[in-house]
Design a binder for this molecule. Structure first.
Ligand SMILES: [Zn+2]
Length: 667
């Protein structure tokens, strides 16, 4: 899982670990029929599970939260069972070395782990707003998130990730809706109003990786070099955003298969954007779900693209899905590896300098964490995501330097092959590296895995192998000022120039605007008082293919040259920006605080900005709208009502934001 803020650790899984000593669940076949006319209710779900009994026992259970059961049968005979609201427990004299089949019907109204989006606010959408965007923002979807939430909220399963099961999901959905789940879609049976979608998995997985999405989608399919179908879903109205969103997907897939040295372990690879997702992306087996805020146009690509998250979730298909941690203690085997391999895939596209730059940024973040006293061991299940993801990636980078490319790659390959479709601990990986390299890694494990602190000096020494990094570290206008006036017209890297601009924003000259998009963005961000001789150059920033640059430049120009405001508004009136409408929101807010705005426009702009607070928009849009309305003290009745609703939103980050803002707003 790639998380924007931090990862909720899910280490309670071992609570009932003992059942894996007695029972090995093998295969689930289920047919799900959610009532899609009404929110969060299901009718008639059938379920069959096969399992081997390893040691004699008098009961087995499945995790199943707040469900009802009927027609419960073991090997086709009625059987005694108990439903305690958390588990379905089956009582029987189970004998060792025997295989059993359990069947039942179940009913559920999941409150977590399965989310019903826009299913209950249709009335609000059709009656309250005559919104031009109505058809494009309403997203009736059902989607799931198992990690950190437990799949057992919507599907009887095993919360313990140490029991891997082959899940074959079938699902009934209204016509016009696509269904996406794990594995291969083997048939779609049609009736006049519903379709039955049947999926087949060939290999087992942990329950937290089971996924289901129902929604309106189009899809494009490409094939990897090895012949794996890469199915890329998008909203039908987003066909122009398809290419920038999924740019480099096939290249990264082919790269990772070759780099890892073990064939992609599943039948196909699907990626599906959903509205109001909880994280950036989630690596469900063969079916990654990601936030639709990564669905972007080609201008947004420069600042906010899906490439890193795309590579990260793909890497998890091996590291996390094929081999899975036994517990949170070994979480870095998933997140550290996914972060590191995503970086390797990006190096293949953007080059070596990019790779070192990212490592440098990770090191800065780890150093900051260290200084704040927040460092923890990589093997501490309560570590921060900075530790799991970024220190984890650093450990792999340094381990590879220590044992060499060849030994590192061989060890990873051996590790994946040996533990395929099983669970792993840190020692399993280290042992493979020691075996192949012939090195004793005790000191390395002590310093980098067990030790709390991040060894910044050693990391910096590794970075200095890059001449690009040497140059970056050397360029410093706070320490050496003699060359600073010429740096921005010299051939130094963009990152070094950006550093110079942040140190000396007052010394920007006309010719410095002739730099790249990124350097010009740094000028936009750092120069807040525009000297009149730079006015024309600064205005040219509004033409840049970057929504960050345009947003920043619009605000600064509006501040610096009040007499020219109409010109700037006119130039940017059709730009919405990222999917969170960053440019449009600023435009509306600035209009509303401009003193010469007439009443008619004022009403129109105010109602547009207010409309963006409504639940039909994604939470990123709403968050921006709430923030601006609060800042200009214009969060009135409709806005307040929507804010109140937002304090109960399923996305905890947005909920937290809404609660904090509610406290600041007068009731
Ligand atoms: Zn991840």
């Amino acid at each position: 899982m790639k998380n924007i803020v931090f990862l909720l650790c899910c280490c309670a899984n071992l609570l009932y670990a003992q059942q894996t000593d007695y029972v090995d669940f093998k295969e689930v076949k289920t047919v799900l029929a959610f009532n899609q006319m009404k929110v969060d209710s299901t009718v008639f779900n059938s379920y069959e599970i096969k399992f081997d009994v390893l040691k004699q026992t008098d009961s087995v259970y499945l995790d199943a939260i707040n469900m009802q059961f009927s027609n419960v049968a073991l090997n086709k005979s009625k059987v005694k069972f108990k439903n305690d609201g958390k588990k379905l427990i089956i009582y029987h004299g189970f004998k060792a070395s025997k295989t059993y089949t359990l069947n039942f019907l179940f009913f559920t109204s999941p409150k977590k782990a399965m989310y019903f989006i826009d299913w209950d606010n249709e009335d609000a959408i059709t009656s309250s707003y005559s919104d031009i965007n109505r058809n494009t923002v309403q997203k009736k979807q059902i989607w799931t998130q198992g990690q950190g939430k437990y799949t057992s909220h919507w599907l009887p399963s095993i919360d313990d990730m140490n029991d891997k099961i082959e899940f074959d999901i079938s699902c009934v959905a209204l016509k016009g809706y696509e269904v996406i789940s794990n594995g291969k879609m083997v048939s779609k049976r049609e009736t006049p109003t519903y379709n039955l979608w049947e999926f087949d998995m060939e290999k087992p997985m942990s329950s937290y990786l089971v996924a289901l999405v129902i929604g309106k989608y189009s899809k494009n399919v490409e094939y990897s070099k090895s012949g794996i179908p890469l199915e890329m879903y998008y909203y039908p109205e987003d066909s122009l955003k398809f290419e920038p969103t999924y740019r480099y997907t096939k290249q990264m897939f082919d790269f990772l298969e070759a780099e890892i040295g073990v064939p992609y372990p599943w039948q196909n690879y699907k990626q599906v954007p959903v509205k109001d997702f909880l994280y950036a992306g989630m690596e469900n087996t063969s079916a990654t779900i990601f936030s639709d805020s990564f669905v972007i146009d080609s201008t947004a690509f420069a600042d906010k693209n899906y490439v890193n998250v795309n590579a990260h979730e793909l890497a998890h298909q091996w590291f996390g899905d094929l081999v899975t941690e036994t517990s949170g203690t070994h979480h870095w085997l998933q997140e550290g590896f996914a972060t590191y391999y995503a970086l390797l895939a990006e190096r293949d596209i953007f080059g070596e300098d990019y790779y070192y730059w990212q490592l440098y940024e990770y090191a800065q973040e780890l150093l900051d964490q260290d200084k704040a006293g927040g460092s923890t061991s990589l093997l501490d299940p309560k570590s921060s995501s900075t530790t799991f993801y970024k220190k984890g990636a650093w450990v792999l980078h340094l381990l590879r330097e220590r044992v060499g490319d060849k030994a590192f790659k061989m060890a990873v390959k051996n590790y994946l092959k040996k533990y395929a479709y099983k669970n792993v601990e840190t020692e399993n990986f280290i042992t493979e590296v020691e075996k192949v390299s012939g090195e004793d890694l005790t000191d390395f494990v002590e310093l980098w895995l067990k030790n709390k602190a991040f060894n910044y000096d050693e990391a910096l020494n590794s970075l200095k192998k890059s001449t690009y990094m040497q140059e970056y570290l050397m360029v410093d206008c706070e320490v050496y000022t003699s060359k600073c006036s010429n740096y921005l017209t010299s051939g130094i890297s963009d990152e070094a120039k950006i550093k110079v601009i942040s140190q000396l924003p007052s010394q920007i000259k006309k010719e410095d605007f002739k730099n790249s998009l990124k350097v010009r963005q740094a000028i936009a961000r750092n120069v807040s008082k525009i000297p009149s001789e730079l006015k024309t150059e600064y205005e040219s920033l509004l033409n840049d293919k970057s929504y960050v640059t345009i947003e920043t430049a619009l605000f600064i120009l509006w501040q610096n040259f009040p007499q020219e405001r109409q010109k700037y508004f006119e130039k940017t009136k059709d730009i919405h920006g990222f999917s969170d409408k960053n440019v449009r929101m600023l435009w509306l807010a600035l209009q509303l605080v401009s003193p010469d705005l007439d009443d008619k426009n004022k009403r129109e702009y105010f109602s547009e900005l207010t409309r963006y607070t409504s639940p039909q928009f994604g939470f990123e849009v709403r968050q921006n709208a709430f923030q601006y309305l609060h800042q200009i003290q214009a969060c009135r009745d409709v806005c307040k009502e929507n804010l109140k609703q937002a304090t109960k939103h399923h996305n905890w980050r947005f909920q937290k934001f809404a609660k904090a803002l509610s406290e600041k707003e007068t009731p």
